[in-house]
Write a protein that binds this ligand. Structure first.
Ligand SMILES: Cc1ncc(COP(=O)(O)O)c(C=O)c1O
Length: 364
């Protein structure tokens, strides 16, 4: 962590990743995905308890591929939250499907199940639940599975922000729907620079995804193609880094939880800000998210004091890329007041004390 500026987030690689990469290069690896990639996939499967893990080049393509493999086609409607990273709707737009937005719960930032029913039409094919910041919806994941089953919809999980987060039934997020998707982009709890993964217990789906990411080959390494596929492969270079990062996952998960507790302790009693619910027994806060009065002024003040922060996602329907009508009071409110505070695992307690004091000073 730099001393002159505390960034909102920073990836964390050190000597172990460097040494592992050196060893790999000296041993003459092929760089493209091969044994190290399989090792990395196995480690994600083992950690999440999913039968299959398929890694791809990022956590947007992982969403697109799981949707394609699940049978989502052009013209199908897919229900997504109106508060999420834009990749969630964009991933299915890429295959011509139509995202339909539903507002989120103010406590959890996950899709509000009570608002789903009225947007279901004959064209609705799937629901993508985003486990926002590792949180799960108040009604529980079981209620989403039940609804999907009753309405004959596919349930997919965008768990990009959820490595290290479980449901209270002890299942890792991403393992309950037909498939779940993760991202290993720079700000995630562990990172491979770019990278994504799909986890599933469904053998057929896993097979389809493996073919989709590898040109639709009928078998490993041949040039016989019985289906259309693309090239969304990973590299062993990234896998070497990922394998080292996974060794640090448990420590980082604990540290993220401590960081949230420390912020809460230091900011207790400050009425100008509020925290969302976070179940620290089962879930891991990826980012420290708050609602802040005079959010934009606070951000500028913190920047002047050498502290980075970032506005939370604007409501998707109001982004020019979508620009659709609708009433989404919660995602709208988050777009106006939501703020991510510095959240890297490498933040020290003393960093947090300084940040909290500056926030208190601002409101004085
Ligand atoms: C909820 C969500 N979905 C998808 C993505 C996209 O992942 P990637 O950046 O790896 O494409 C992200 C990235 O932050 C995300 O937060």
């Amino acid at each position: 962590m730099r001393n002159d500026f505390i960034p909102q987030m920073e990836p964390w690689f050190d000597i172990e990743e460097k040494n592992a990469l050196n060893r790999y290069m000296e041993e003459g690896g092929w760089l493209t995905e091969f044994r190290k990639t399989t090792d990395f996939e196995n480690k994600i499967s083992e950690y999440t308890g999913a039968k299959h893990c398929i890694v791809v080049n990022n956590g947007t393509i992982s969403l697109t591929l799981m949707a394609l493999a699940a049978g989502i086609n052009a013209g199908d409607e897919v229900i997504v939250p109106n508060y999420t990273m834009i990749a969630t709707p964009n991933s299915i737009k890429m295959i011509g499907a139509i995202p339909v937005f539903v507002d989120v719960e103010k406590e959890t930032l996950c899709m509000d199940i009570a608002k789903i029913d009225k947007v279901i039409t004959k064209k609705t094919k799937a629901i993508i639940l985003v486990t926002a910041n590792g949180r799960y919806p108040k009604a529980g994941i079981e209620a989403f599975s039940k609804l999907a089953k009753e309405r004959n919809l596919i349930l997919l999980e965008d768990s990009a922000q959820s490595l290290g987060s479980f449901y209270p039934n002890k299942k890792h997020q991403g393992t309950v729907g037909m498939a779940g998707s993760f991202s290993f982009s720079a700000p995630k709890v562990i990172s491979t620079g770019q990278g994504g993964a799909i986890i599933t217990n469904n053998d057929e789906l896993a097979g389809k995804i493996r073919k989709l990411k590898d040109f639709g080959r009928s078998g490993g390494g041949n040039d016989v193609h019985d289906t259309i596929g693309y090239n969304f492969k990973f590299t062993d270079i990234q896998a070497v880094i990922g394998i080292e990062q996974i060794k640090k996952l448990n420590w980082r998960i604990n540290r993220k939880k401590e960081i949230l507790l420390k912020y809460k302790e230091k900011l207790r009693g400050l009425n100008e800000i509020s925290f969302f619910d976070q179940d620290l027994e089962y879930t891991t806060p990826w980012f420290i998210d708050i609602l802040a009065n005079k959010r934009d002024d606070l951000m500028l003040y913190l920047k002047e004091k050498g502290i980075g922060s970032r506005p939370m996602y604007p409501p998707i329907n109001e982004q020019l890329a979508y620009n659709t009508e609708g009433t989404y009071p919660i995602s709208r409110m988050i777009g106006g007041k939501g703020l991510w505070l510095p959240s890297s695992s490498q933040l020290t307690d003393s960093n947090i004390s300084i940040i909290a004091q500056k926030i208190i000073d601002f409101y004085k």
